[in-house]
Write a protein that binds this ligand. Structure first.
Ligand SMILES: Cc1cc2nc3c(=O)[nH]c(=O)nc-3n(C[C@H](O)[C@H](O)[C@H](O)COP(=O)(O)O)c2cc1C
Length: 174
């Protein structure tokens, strides 16, 4: 897909079918993550965890589940069956590792768009996951690492429409 077309197709998908993404597509998404920019090229403090195992995925989903005011549950992973976590250790005072996370996740989102997949940046529900030691242990993170951001991808239940161009970030041209 042309880059400009992929940019138009990249959107936050919030409803996935249960069809599994192929190993080949996951490999391409991982390659996009591995090729993302990292501050000072520091790959020594970064870590990726690719969750494909259905049982682990369901345990993570259960740990992340959010509740509406009326008590009904919301799946914050939107039915996705593939999730990739970005973790880091030795978090610096300026928290630059979170910038690394953003770059890595966005590269994966663009790769997913290029493959015709839906994807979403996952942040909000990680707060719950971090407090759930049992679920966190399933990620087998190396000692001292913490989850900073995550990504889900899959086949969208509805076709992804081309984005209408936005220009809603305030801007000065000097
Ligand atoms: C740092 C970051 C964290 C985000 N966290 C979540 C999240 O936890 N859950 C979610 O559904 N969307 C999340 N999003 C997606 C945004 O809500 C989404 O990008 C925004 O509404 C614009 O929509 P678009 O991605 O379809 O262009 C996150 C996006 C970013 C950049």
């Amino acid at each position: 897909m042309e880059f400009q077309d992929a940019l138009k197709k990249r959107c936050s998908c919030r409803s996935f079918t249960n069809e599994r993404v192929s190993d080949e597509d996951v490999k391409k998404i991982i390659a996009a993550a591995q090729n993302a920019p990292l501050a000072l090229g520091d790959n020594q403090t970064s870590h990726l965890t690719v969750v494909r195992d259905p049982e682990i995925m369901e345990a993570i989903r259960a740990a992340c589940m959010l509740k509406r005011k009326d008590g009904t549950l919301i799946d914050p992973l939107f039915g996705a069956t593939t999730m990739i976590f970005f973790s880091a250790t030795d978090i610096s005072d300026d928290h630059i590792e979170y910038c690394n996370a953003g770059c890595v996740i966005e590269n994966m989102c663009m790769a997913a768009a290029d493959l015709g997949l839906g994807s979403c940046y996952i942040w909000g529900c990680l707060k719950k996951l971090r407090k759930n030691e049992e679920a966190l242990a399933l990620l087998k993170l190396p000692e001292g690492y913490e989850v900073l951001s995550a990504f889900v991808c899959g086949y969208p239940t509805e076709p992804i429409e081309d984005r209408v161009d936005r220009d809603n970030i305030a801007m000065d041209i000097l």
